[in-house]
Write a protein of this length. Structure first.
Length: 74
């Protein structure tokens, strides 16, 4: 069973293996840099636990947990 981005511990870095989302969301995530092979690290979360900010490809991007469940890690 592959690990998803929403389960990655804060401060831990992993590489993206696959993005399994509908075509529109998949394209949006690819445009933001969530592509296979990219290293990603969760930094912090919002006050109510969602969204979570991630460091990816030299930038910080916030992502909702429902979308993070569609990103699989190596």
């Amino acid at each position: 069973m592959m690990k998803t981005l929403d389960t990655l511990s804060f401060g831990t870095t992993a590489k993206i293996e696959d993005v399994q989302a509908n075509p529109t969301l998949r394209r949006r995530l690819f445009d933001l840099g969530f592509v296979p092979g990219s290293a990603i690290t969760p930094l912090y979360t919002g006050v109510f636990g969602d969204p979570t900010a991630y460091s990816i490809r030299g930038t910080t991007i916030a992502l909702r947990s429902i979308d993070a469940t569609k990103i699989y890690l190596q």
